[in-house]
Design a protein around this ligand. Structure first.
Ligand code: HEC
Length: 448
């Protein structure tokens, strides 16, 4: 595919999302008379604020997706056929579409007619919540919103946002909140607690509480899906994710069944509008319960199955790799033995002489400061990230970050204060101490 093709595809996905946004507004404009019974027709300030936020995120996402799509495909020399897209690239092409659908679902759910009818019918309110939690949140998260929205920001803002996100309290909290068990429990709690009659009625009766309810539904759903898709287990751990998704199917199914089989209306606030529409509130409630129990359960199960398939695929790929590795083992052992006896130890000695640091301590400090959350660093097990460039062969490079000479002083300075070298760089300052900086530099210089 050509470079322009990639960029315009991403752009098109975003365009589709923005167009979909317009639809309910138009529908609404022509259908005013249809639902006039005590329906607050105008969007409340809360709705407008949420809508504004969604529009901003959508715009940043489109800008970032276009930018990243351009960057991902350097123009191929004309004489040669374009290189085949890798699995990752092929997958990534779907992500903007997932985001477009998820984002549109969120927007649709807070606009009339769904939003206004949700105050009249409990069953429509259920549809609204399922759109948010089951379509909006997972698909938006599957579109890697953080990565693309950051890319869509102007440079100075991006740097600041990246810093804030990488700051210790923030990244620590994020790691805790998206741990599968925590995210699963929070999401489950939000669903059960907000379905308590007193709270549910309060939400329907007050726009601010209603917005809080939606924010908690969408927020915990986003944490949940984030934890499932990108959590600390990664793709290889989708087995764990499948388990939590099915647990959610079970408990929301139970809640749905309880609502379906309740003998009396659970939420008195719907009694008056139901009577005004000539609808039996109990029947409406049974519809809502069934929606949560069966269709929502099926969609969730499908997501679980998709994760399961991805997990099996990953396991298969791994075992193929293992088989290949086994065939190479004799050679690898030979090379490892050679490396250990000669160059490796001497590389360590040289590196510590160059920097005055201890490479072994440096390797530990790399994990301590979270360098592994952004870089692929040989010899550091957890360092497989691709946010920053891979730090291969740092001992052989002439330049650092493409800007400064690769000397021990510059290396230490870059590690401790990258912004003193380049104020625009996306690499954050992580508070590395002088001696840790030396140790880390020493370790990086062992990489040849
Ligand atoms: C938030 C992600 C992030 C974290 C955390 C991070 N880096 Fe970076 N790092 C980057 C980015 C992005 C670049 C590319 C910067 C540039 O070229 O302006 C980079 C560049 C570098 C480079 C230069 C690479 C080259 O190809 O020349 C080194 C060395 C480096 N980082 C080391 C570290 C060390 C050591 C730590 C931990 C103390 C660390 N980084 C933490 C994102 C990060």
């Amino acid at each position: 595919m050509t470079r322009a093709g990639g960029a315009s595809r991403a752009g098109r996905a975003g365009g589709v999302a923005l167009l979909l946004l317009a639809t309910p507004v138009l529908l609404h404009a022509h259908g005013d008379e249809a639902h006039s019974i005590n329906t607050p027709q105008a969007l409340s300030p809360w709705d407008l604020a949420v809508l504004g936020g969604l529009l901003m995120v959508g715009t940043l996402y489109v800008l970032g997706a276009v930018k990243l799509a351009r960057r991902a495909r350097p123009p191929a020399p004309r004489a040669l056929p374009a290189p085949p897209a890798s699995d990752a690239a092929r997958l990534a092409r779907w992500e903007p579409y997932a985001f477009a659908v998820g984002w549109s679902a969120l927007v649709l759910s807070i606009l009339p007619p769904i939003d206004s009818l949700s105050l009249q019918y409990f069953s429509v309110h259920m549809i609204q919540h399922e759109l948010m939690m089951l379509v909006g949140a997972p698909l938006v998260i599957a579109g890697r919103p953080l990565q693309r929205c950051l890319a869509g920001m102007p440079d100075t803002l991006r740097t600041r946002a990246a810093h804030a996100l990488q700051a210790r309290p923030m990244s620590g909290a994020w790691r805790v909140l998206t741990a599968p068990l925590v995210a699963w429990a929070l999401h489950g709690l939000a669903i059960w607690v907000w379905h308590m009659p007193a709270l549910y009625d309060a939400a329907v009766g007050n726009e601010a509480i209603h917005t809080l309810q939606h924010a908690m539904f969408v927020g915990t759903a986003a944490l949940f899906w984030w934890g499932m898709l990108y959590g600390r287990y990664g793709r290889a751990g989708y087995g764990v994710a499948v388990f939590y998704v099915f647990l959610t199917v079970v408990h929301t199914g139970i809640l749905g069944a309880m609502v379906t089989f309740a003998r009396t209306p659970l939420y008195p606030i719907y009694a008056a509008p139901a009577a005004a529409h000539g609808v039996d509130a109990l029947v409406d409630q049974q519809r809502a319960g069934l929606l949560m129990w069966i269709p929502a359960g099926i969609v969730m199960t499908l997501f679980g199955l998709a994760l399961f398939a991805a997990w099996l695929g990953e396991a298969e790929r791994k075992s193929m790799q293992d088989a290949r590795l086994k065939m190479q083992t004799p050679f690898l052992l030979l090379i490892a033995a050679l490396a250990l006896t000669s160059c490796d130890r001497s590389a360590y000695r040289e590196a510590s002489q160059l920097t005055g640091g201890d490479p072994d301590k440096g390797r530990q400090a790399i994990v301590k400061y979270g360098c592994d959350t952004c870089h692929n660093i040989p010899g550091v097990l957890t360092a497989t990230a691709t946010v920053g460039p891979p730090l291969m062969q740092m001992g052989l490079r002439s330049y650092l970050a493409g800007r400064i000479d690769n000397t021990p002083e510059n290396m230490i300075k870059w590690i401790r204060q990258p912004h003193s070298v380049d104020p625009q760089t996306a690499m954050p300052e992580t508070g590395v101490t002088e001696s840790d900086g030396r140790d880390i530099a020493a370790y990086l210089y062992t990489l040849r």
